[in-house]
Design a protein around this ligand. Structure first.
Ligand code: L87
Length: 729
């Protein structure tokens, strides 16, 4: 027995905390007593006794490090999870502290810090439930910065850790946060209010998580409860809302956008517009105002009623005219069997139904507007980006309908989308969708990097090869063939309505029904009241509105001329009246400088007075294809020394044979080898023709290249023509 009954003194390895006739106790684990009569046992090296630990308790040590740390990142927050330390140090009071460090250097998600330079995290970083004294093995860390490396050190502590600072052990995990949207705007201020407008400013979100590209401001009348709202975008932190109703409460929300997308919306901010002064004056005068307003409303209603009645009557009488009735449908007998026919959206009783049949409704939040690239009659044209869920972001063009529009304007605006949505062809601009459920109403199309063909060519005067130009023309003709097969008559085919992408692919654009009347600055009123782009329009369409695919072919000839002259204005500064008169009398535009004879012939063919003699788009495509495959046919230019430069050509003049078909003209020019190009025979002899001497060609009335782009002399010639009548050429 270890018991010493006589001395009452404990031997080594035993202790007795109080002096007296008591038993000695064995030193608890990890403690010892070297001397006899110890009142307590000391702890072994690296073992400790915390304050409050009873003498009978074993000495303990700090725990080992936590194990198996797992991080799961969600944008700018992370959940950390770990296992209990393998060695608790002999205690049961373990807690955990999480230390956050922001690190720069190599980013590697893992359990070691790697080659990183770190600093303590900002105080804004948020821990749930807290950062220190955690009793459980998990914590959520929020409000981190996006795209940032962090290292978390998770330390296990117990009651003796403070006694052994050098023995502390921790596990580390390094993470990189993801791209995150900005935090919400929280501070909005009203700067100025009037009856119809309000100016607001706000503070940048606390955590932008990137560079703020813009803010989206959504507002609506409080009464309407978000059934109809307006969306604006602002680059800075302020905006003025116009066109508001007086004395009306509005609710507004703002959200910021970065490359990561939109952040959450701000809480609703309420403001009221000032009262309408007309109603805040004395009741007597307000009565007068009321009477005045009601009479004005009555007059307007009456006018609208009259207008509708007259409109009905006109339409009714119009529809009796078979030509007029088919205006937009082209020659039905020309349409190819098996090809879907275009449906006029106006045949729908409810045109908004048509738009949703043919166009996809886009959520405005998927669209980011970058800049204004043009202006239309209805509003601006912008470039931007469209990001559909689980689709790649694409560049888009956006037509907007500016505020204050009538129901009819909205219908006409969206009719274009209903029409475009029916087409699917590489040379027709592709509709991505429409925004009709929020304001502004938008039409979204693919983006064409080089903009309109006319300005594009002007910018790159003489910079393309003829083959490149013919390639563009081929695309336009192919798009037009598709439209005519669909039974759609464009009516406003012009280089300004062709768009060019980064690969020089040309696409026909600008659809719609009232567009010819309203959207084209070139359109002029005819004597019959129609609004028509005179210089591009076939005589029968000007004279009696006979718009068909054949009149589109005339316009195509004008586009051909525009392209070959790098965006020159057809008939230069001649007045519309003079153009109509000259064309009616048989005059035609002269060949543009350096224009291949074959292409000029194609123009003249498109400008045949008899519309049935004009080439069909299918034929135009096939002619251009042959020219591309046999570039020798493009080497002879149409300029002749025997004619004054740039004067309108009188095609009835005896010096040029009366040309009714392309073949006749070729015969007239005695350029037989290329004639074959147009009759479908292979014509390898074109290159031979190209090698024919200049002298030989002069004999047949053809010169190769002659600088003669002299608008002044042509204007003089035209001037003298309009004063003195046709000049023999
Ligand atoms: O550079 C441009 N790229 N511009 C100037 C555009 C584009 C384009 O993709 N202008 C338009 N683009 N519009 C409107 C005028 C067309 C002659 C369109 C695309 C367009 C839209 C947005 C809707 C319906 C029809 C055309």
């Amino acid at each position: 027995m270890d018991f010493l009954p006589i001395a009452w003194v404990c031997r080594a390895g035993f202790y007795k905390s109080t002096v007296g006739n008591m038993e000695c106790s064995k030193c608890p684990p990890h403690s010892f007593s070297h001397h006899e009569g110890s009142l307590h046992c000391g702890c072994e090296r690296n073992y400790f006794r915390a304050e409050g630990d009873p003498a009978s308790m074993a000495c303990t040590r700090p725990p080992s490090a936590p194990r198996n740390v797992i991080s799961s990142i969600n944008e700018t927050s992370v959940i950390l999870d770990w296992s209990w330390p393998e060695d608790s140090g002999g205690r049961r009071d373990a807690t955990f502290n999480v230390l956050c460090k922001r690190c720069r250097g190599e980013a590697a998600n893992g359990t070691s810090g790697g080659n990183l330079r770190c600093e303590p995290c900002r105080s804004k970083v948020h821990f749930l439930p807290r950062a220190t004294g955690l009793h459980n093995t998990t914590v959520t860390v929020g409000d981190l910065l996006a795209h940032t490396n962090y290292t978390f050190e998770i330390e296990a502590l117990n009651g003796v850790s403070s006694l052994a600072p050098k023995m502390r052990q921790y596990a580390a995990v390094t993470i990189t946060t993801n791209q995150a949207a900005p935090s919400p705007v929280t501070v909005i201020r009203k700067e100025k209010t009037s009856r119809n407008s309000v100016s607001l400013s706000w503070q940048q979100p606390e955590r932008p998580n990137g560079i703020i590209l813009d803010y989206e401001i959504k507002y609506y009348e409080k009464e309407e409860q978000e059934t109809s709202y307006t969306i604006l975008r602002a680059r800075g932190c302020n905006v003025t809302l116009n066109g508001l109703k007086p004395s009306t409460a509005y609710l507004l929300q703002i959200r910021a956008r970065t490359a990561a997308g939109y952040g959450a919306s701000s809480p609703s901010f309420q403001f009221e517009t000032s009262p309408d002064s007309a109603f805040s004056i004395s009741s007597e005068s307000s009565q007068v105002v009321l009477i005045a307003i009601s009479s004005a409303v009555a007059i307007i209603l009456l006018t609208v009623l009259l207008y509708v009645l007259i409109g009905r009557f006109c339409c009714h009488s119009k529809s009796k005219h078979p030509d007029e009735k088919r205006l937009h449908f082209g020659n039905s007998h020309m349409r190819l069997p098996g090809i879907r026919t275009y449906v006029d959206p106006h045949t729908y009783e409810d045109p908004s139904q048509a738009v949703h049949e043919f166009a996809k409704e886009l959520d405005a939040s998927c669209i980011a507007i970058d800049k204004v690239v043009g202006a239309g009659e209805f509003g601006e044209v912008c470039s931007g980006r469209l990001k559909m869920p689980s689709k790649k972001e694409i560049c888009v063009a956006i037509k907007t309908l500016k505020g204050g529009y009538t129901d009819k304007q909205r219908r006409d605006f969206l009719a274009e989308a209903s029409i475009m949505g029916q087409f699917d062809h590489p040379n027709i601009i592709r509709l991505e969708g429409v925004v009709t459920r929020s304001k502004p109403v938008m039409i979204v199309t693919e983006y064409m990097e080089n903009g309109s063909l006319d300005s594009f060519l002007r910018k790159h005067d003489a910079q393309f090869t003829v083959i490149q130009l013919v390639g563009m023309l081929r695309g336009i003709a192919s798009g037009m063939k598709y439209l005519s097969d669909m039974g759609y008559v464009h009516r406003d085919l012009a280089a300004r309505n062709i768009l060019v992408n980064s690969n020089l692919v040309c696409k026909v654009s600008d659809f719609g029904l009232s567009r010819v009347l309203e959207d084209d600055p070139e359109a002029a009123y005819t004597t019959r009241g129609g609004k028509i782009p005179i210089r591009w329009t076939a005589p029968e369409a000007i004279a009696y509105r006979k718009f068909t695919s054949a009149s589109d072919a005339w316009s195509y000839g004008i586009v051909l001329w525009e392209v070959m002259s790098y965006g020159e204005r057809p008939y230069w500064e001649m007045s519309n009246q003079d153009v109509i008169k000259a064309v009616e009398e048989g005059y035609r535009l002269p060949p543009p400088m350096d224009c291949p004879a074959t292409l000029y012939q194609l123009m003249l063919d498109c400008w045949q007075k008899e519309r049935n003699n004009r080439p069909k788009f299918e034929e135009i495509v096939s002619i251009l294809d042959k020219l591309i495959r046999n570039p020798g046919c493009l080497k002879i230019t149409a300029n002749t020394t025997s004619r004054p430069a740039n004067l309108l050509l009188d095609r009835s003049s005896s010096e040029i044979p009366a040309l009714d078909t392309l073949g006749d003209w070729m015969d007239g020019m005695r350029t037989l080898p290329c004639k074959e190009a147009f009759s479908g025979v292979s014509y390898s002899s074109c290159d031979t023709l190209a090698k024919t001497s200049t002298e030989d060609l002069k004999k047949v009335g053809v010169t190769i290249v002659g600088p003669q782009k002299n608008i002044v002399s042509s204007l003089k010639a035209l001037d003298s023509y309009t004063k003195n009548g046709p000049v023999p050429v």
